[in-house]
Design a protein around this ligand. Structure first.
Ligand code: ADP
Length: 402
């Protein structure tokens, strides 16, 4: 009220009025320019704390068209996290009109639980010119999940600017979760009846239903072997789904590796004997690792099985256990078909089988090495492969020793 009274008393000269009108017009032009994209940004800072108003220089028209047609959000933010420029896509993602996006803090669009991640991106502005990425949830009823890819822009005097690309991964995540849930459920549903088949065919072979003729035995044995392969594939799918689901809990204990490998080896005696293969062991005494024994035992079994599968009849497999001051190692070597150098990284990918001299006769899902690597990495360990085509392979499991 007082202000109105004061204003009424104040008399403006024509020159002052013209000046005020010009400034008002200028401000309106600037805002229009931001709205229609002719300038990149406007930052309004509080004059009472000595801050200023400034704009970034006009962006090249071609780039602007490209940025506006991107399916991702594209922003320029100041070092305090104020949005200086936003494309339409980010405004749609956040269901906020563009004029309310610009000038706002980026943290205002992010779920408060993920505010720390935004702060990390802003803090890294000077340290990391190559960019950094964080997955955050946006505020709002749809709980969109997005990846913030931040990159520092070349410095403009005292001001540091960050270019932020926002990729919406909500649908992708949903589809992945639905797929993983489906696989986990389907594998459970498949495993139970397949295990039943195994038990009953096993009983037939053991003579519980009377003596089998030679051909009955052959048929039953073939069915038993197929069922074993089926169960191995189901188990691999289940393991993969479990790992991909996340939240895979390990119960780490100290375990003597020689004991663990010796236990795993027992299961391979008949298979190896049937293929006339030999396994030699060189175990350094008292090598102990920090592991969940059940999981590492599965890893070792899978690698021994592969060593046997991908070696010819009469092949030689060697298993060594050794240590250095911080690590414990299990190395499984075969003199089998080997792996071409350019395939060596691929074999650890999901569903990847590589053609080799034996792949027509050997069955598999291409999942084993995927979960083997993941399990070892969950232990803070590493899988090291050396291989030469037609000469053989060595898979080394490196674990934390105790
Ligand atoms: P699978 O054996 O079920 O195909 P894996 O994930 O265990 O799946 O292995 C992926 C691929 O890696 C195999 O298809 C095979 O080509 C190759 N591989 C794995 N272990 C060996 C090995 N010891 N020697 C040669 N090739 C191997």
């Amino acid at each position: 009220m007082k202000m109105t009274a004061n204003r009424a008393k104040r008399e403006y000269t024509e020159a002052e009025i013209a000046d005020l009108e010009a400034r008002l017009q200028e401000a309106e032009d600037t805002l229009d320019a931001i709205r229609d994209g002719s300038v990149d940004a406007l930052v309004t800072k509080n004059p009472q704390v000595g801050q200023q108003i400034y704009t970034l220089k006009s962006a090249d028209y071609t780039y602007r068209v490209l940025i506006e047609s991107m399916s991702q959000g594209a922003l320029t933010i100041s070092e305090e996290g104020i949005i200086l420029y936003s494309n339409e896509q980010f405004s749609r993602m956040t269901a906020t009109p563009l004029e309310h996006v610009i000038g706002q803090k980026i943290a205002a669009f992010v779920d408060p639980d993920d505010a720390r991640l935004v702060a990390e991106i802003l803090q890294q502005r000077s340290a990391n010119v190559n960019g950094s990425e964080r997955t955050v949830r946006l505020k709002g009823p749809h709980q969109k999940e997005v990846i913030f890819s931040a990159r520092k822009l070349p410095s403009n005097g005292d001001n540091a600017f960050i270019c932020l690309v926002v990729t919406d991964i909500t649908e992708r995540k949903r589809a992945e979760t639905a797929k993983d849930e489906f696989i986990a459920l389907a594998s459970h549903q498949l495993r139970t009846p397949a295990t039943g088949v195994k038990q009953y065919i096993g009983m037939l072979l053991e003579g519980y239903a009377g003596t089998l003729t030679e051909s009955q035995r052959t048929f039953a044995q073939t069915a038993f072997d197929s069922n074993e392969r089926q169960l191995a594939i189901i188990n691999s799918i289940l393991k993969t789904a479990q790992i991909d689901f996340g939240g895979y809990q390990l119960k780490i204990i100290k375990k003597n590796l020689a004991d663990l490998v010796s236990e795993s080896l027992k299961a391979f005696e008949p298979i190896v004997a049937m293929r006339n293969q030999t396994i030699t062991c060189e175990f350094e005494p008292k090598v102990c690792a920090l592991i969940e024994p059940m999981e590492i035992s599965l890893v070792i079994s899978n690698l021994i099985e592969n060593a046997s599968k991908y070696s010819s009849v009469g092949g030689k497999i060697s298993i060594k256990i050794y240590k250095d001051p911080k690590h414990a190692y299990v190395a499984i070597t075969d003199n089998g078909v080997g792996i071409h150098e350019e395939d060596q990284a691929k074999i650890f990918e999901k569903f990847t089988r590589v053609n080799n001299a034996l792949s027509d006769t050997v069955s598999g899902s291409g999942l084993g090495l995927y979960w083997v690597k993941k399990i070892v990495e969950l232990h803070g360990g590493e899988i090291i492969l050396t291989s030469e085509l037609d000469s053989g392979s060595t898979f080394i499991i490196k674990l934390r020793s105790c």
